[in-house]
Design a protein around this ligand. Structure first.
Ligand code: PEP
Ligand code: MN
Length: 360
């Protein structure tokens, strides 16, 4: 079922209908010079909105927690001296009131705040009756309902210009990413809340400069609406998130390199070709279902033998043998280890469920 929010297009200074919407600026506002100089360089690019954090939610204390309200006039200068709109992060009602005193154009709600319904409700109450666009980042944990809950609370307070920002999800263990993107979650958000624009934040997904282009291109290929990328005039001196910030020059090159592909298919020959290929995929999927059905029936038969002979369902040696062989065979067919592992884990789990039913 889809969710209908009461939304209006964000139309400030002609950014309505722009794709991609580009938001850029430093992780944190650090000095008046850094804020204004970064903005002047970004203004020359295809950037629409200038971001800078003033109150920074930090994991550990004794790290830079942002300049606080003294930095608000710096953002006001950016607004006066460039064509850029301004945005900063707010996490409580006091931040909202401070930011509004300095005419910040758009407020953003960070990932740690979205995860907390009390904080979201406090923000919704502080925003009630205002006409200001709000960016809402995904919660740090991969919980789509928590994200949708925040969108709903802010919308219910009368805010109609809402843009979701996908910044990846925290995890425990090894990953190439600081916050793995788990693309299926923002895609599911698009399915469940079709009217909400979604920007991608490659900076906080990647945590390093190297992967930012790849993630930005992927976001555009998946038809998201824009990018939220950190940029600093001297990233190596940044007081927060220095590994992932790029210079305005680097950002310019990155934006030039991005290929924007069209969502609308108008060429009739192409439409025919795609529809033939999709029909083939539909047939193959039907065959896959038949094969799954056959495989599960055999698993059930094995389950019956296990029951009669009183042996356990799970046989670790057999599972190890299956997965190793399938990965090897898959490799020869150009199928990745991750894919084969996921598919066969799911098949194996379903077999166990079936045998469990037979046994008990
Ligand atoms: C940020 O944008 O600098 C930030 C703190 O982001 P997030 O809330 O996504 O961690
Ligand atoms: Mn940051």
């Amino acid at each position: 079922m889809t969710i209908k929010l009461n939304l209006e297009e964000v139309s400030l200074s002609g950014i309505a209908g722009k794709r991609p919407i580009i938001v850029s600026g430093p992780c944190s506002a650090e000095s008046e010079h850094q804020v204004v100089e970064t903005a002047k360089q970004l203004e020359k690019l295809n950037v629409h909105i200038y971001r800078a954090g003033i109150w920074k939610p930090r994991t550990r204390q004794d790290t830079f927690e942002g300049m606080g309200s003294v930095a608000l006039p710096w953002l006001q200068r950016v607004k006066k001296e460039t064509r850029l709109l301004t945005t900063t992060e707010v996490a409580n009602s006091w931040h909202v009131n401070e930011a509004l005193k300095y005419d910040i154009d758009i407020l953003w709600i960070g990932a740690r705040t979205t995860a907390n319904p009390f904080a979201i409700q406090e923000l919704a109450d502080a925003l009630r009756g205002l006409d200001i666009p709000i960016f809402i980042k995904n919660p740090i944990n991969p919980d789509i309902d928590l994200w949708i809950g925040a969108l709903e609370r802010i919308n219910k307070a009368g805010i109609k210009k809402i843009i979701a920002v996908h910044r990846g999800f925290s995890y425990y263990g090894n990953s190439n990413f600081r916050n793995p993107p788990q693309w299926e979650i923002p895609l599911e958000l698009k399915r469940r809340v079709p009217d909400i624009p979604i920007l991608t934040d490659p900076s906080h997904i990647c945590g390093n400069k190297e992967l930012i282009f790849e993630i930005s291109q992927r976001a555009m290929d998946l038809n998201f609406d824009g990018l939220f990328i950190e940029s600093h005039i001297h990233p190596e001196e940044a007081l927060s998130d220095k590994n992932q910030q790029i210079t305005p020059i680097e950002l310019g090159k990155l934006l030039d390199k991005i290929v924007l592909r069209s969502m609308k298919i108008t060429d009739h020959k192409l439409i025919d070709t795609l529809s033939q290929l999709r029909t083939q995929i539909d047939h193959i999927d039907e065959d896959l279902l038949d094969i799954f059905e056959k495989r599960m029936n055999i698993s059930e038969t094995i389950g019956k033998y296990k029951k009669v002979n009183n042996i356990t369902i799970f046989q670790p040696g057999r599972w190890q043998e299956i997965i190793e062989k399938r990965i090897k065979d898959g490799e020869r067919k150009g199928l990745s280890t991750e894919f084969i592992t996921e598919v066969f884990k799911a098949i194996h789990q379903e077999s166990i469920n079936r045998q469990n039913r037979v046994m008990n």
